[in-house]
Write a protein that binds this ligand. Structure first.
Ligand SMILES: [Zn+2]
Length: 269
């Protein structure tokens, strides 16, 4: 038999050998053809590009009050995220408010965040609720979900038919910011998270918010508002969970668990 070099097989083998990483927070083994550091680096580039394009289109919100409000919240959440995963101290954390009708918010690997005016205007979140949105998104980044999805993009590019990309682009839509290059980082951001990833982000997000002194029960009221606003766009909150009732129930239980953490944080402030 002739020995031929098969690049797909080579990638598959290297994936078996070194393509998985154990997340320090959850202990879950994740596809990691793209490491967190690579994801952060590529996301940083994609983010700069996105922000500068959005700025050219007048799609970066410059309302000082809104910006101060959003930054005030993320500034309280970030130290809690860093406590949970210390190496994220080196991330260049950043947040912008993007003018778009879409109900959306996200955090890329490396701490690059955005919240859309559609979410602020249509959901009208309280500070506690907005903190839950941002803490949930930050958790996706902390839990390496971006790197995990970028790994999937890489695997698909390598021609591996692994089935995980089915229905791929049904998740995020970066619409409103036209002409954005399809990099692995932006493609991955648009991939929906798995159900498992959503549950992890719900749990860790509530924990981060509670430690920062934000009421965990706001996650429940936020979710109810999100459900009520359904239809205009597909917020990632609704995309991968076939049963909203189940998620709501899980959130109520998580909120109860986090109440003592929250109460202690409020006393300490
Ligand atoms: Zn999510």
């Amino acid at each position: 038999m002739k020995r031929i070099f098969n690049p797909v097989l080579a990638i598959l083998l290297s994936a078996t050998v070194s393509g998985c990483a154990t997340n320090p927070i959850t202990g879950r083994s994740q596809a990691a053809l793209v490491s967190d550091a690579q994801a952060a680096q590529q996301s940083g580039q994609a983010y700069s590009q996105l922000v500068s394009q959005a700025r050219q289109q007048g799609a970066i919100d410059t309302d000082q009050q809104t910006i101060a409000r959003v930054r005030g919240i993320t500034d309280r959440l970030i130290p809690q995220a860093v406590q949970l995963r210390p190496e994220t101290r080196n991330w260049q954390w950043e947040v912008h408010v993007i003018r778009s009708k879409e109900i959306n918010a996200w955090c890329m690997a490396g701490g690059k965040m955005a919240v859309y005016t559609g979410l602020l205007d249509q959901i009208k979140p309280t500070d506690d609720e907005l903190a839950q949105v941002m803490a949930h998104e930050i958790s996706h980044a902390l839990l390496s979900h971006q790197a995990e999805k970028m790994s999937r993009v890489q695997m698909q590019k390598a021609g591996l038919q692994i089935g995980v990309l089915a229905g791929a682009m049904a998740g995020y839509n970066l619409g409103g910011v036209a002409g954005l290059a399809d990099t692995a980082a932006t493609l991955a951001l648009q991939l929906p998270n798995s159900r498992e990833a959503e549950s992890e982000a719900d749990r860790i997000g509530m924990q981060i918010a509670a430690r920062a002194g934000y009421n965990p029960k706001a996650a429940v009221t936020l979710w109810e508002k999100m459900l009520g606003a359904g239809g205009s766009g597909t917020p990632e909150w609704l995309s991968t969970h076939p049963s909203p009732e189940t998620r709501l129930q899980a959130m109520r239980a998580l909120a109860e668990q986090q109440m003592p953490v929250y109460e202690q944080a409020v006393r300490a402030r």
